[in-house]
Design a protein around this ligand. Sequence first.
Ligand code: SAM
Length: 278
Amino acid sequence: MTDPLLTAPDVRELAARLGLRPTKTLGQNFVIDPNTVRRLVRTAAVGPEDVVVEVGPGLGSLTLGLLAAAARVVAVEIDPLLAAELPRTVAARAPDLSERLEVVEQDALKLTSVPGPPPTAFVANLPYNVAVPVLLRLLEHLPSLRTGLVMVQAEVADRLVAPPGSRTYGVPSVKAAWYAEVRRAGAIGRTVFWPAPNVDSGLVAFTRREPPHGNRAATFAVVDAAFAQRRKTMRAALTGWAGSADEAERRLRAAGIDPSARGEVLGVDYFARLAATD
Ligand code: SAM
């Protein structure tokens, strides 16, 4: 059997046939290198039991690799042209795997569920401008997801995995840590894409964790407030959130946090504890 994975000439031919003009707005950079796809599937450790959600399948580069490894792939694509073509591409290149694919034409930022059995893994080459909100949304709305691997802009990858106290630690790091243990899983160059993006990419792997005790929405609200004024002490940054500086100090102390600390040194459990104070 010939290798179903898309090569650079395959991607060019498909794009030309569809009259596709990749847009920056939708973060359309398509993988043209089968070795990169094989690496992603291997790193994601997707197996025959897995039901995979992929956001932004595009022309199907990664989808074809995932279909060979998983029980089922639900591919969520916003671009109607690409969503309509994907089943045809899979039928032509990997007819035996067609049954495993379901394409959902939808904005992943509005996704609340996916059809079929509960998904176990999230694997995607994410559109760069919405990578963090898409990842957080899927973790929130698809609680059955246990593991995942996403390709994002290198700088975003650094932010997602940053531990408390590091320069890049911020809102994405804390919120991702609410749901999962998140780690860097490699770097990806620019030449494996068409069109080549003007930034490097990075891989981020996650494994879902037991969330901290407490209320997620309330915790995320205090996280947003703390990092909105990053250079300030927590006492000052949380004045609006608590109603007054004294009240902020009282609640910080009740949560065991030094009021003169900055948000960037606190792990998600501290924020959860702080949100639970009254
Ligand atoms: N997975 C393909 C690959 O690796 O070659 C394409 C990845 S490309 C970086 C991102 C894809 O996400 C594009 O196909 C784009 O149309 C799609 N996309 C962009 N915004 C989206 C959204 N909000 N919901 C779902 N898909 C989206």
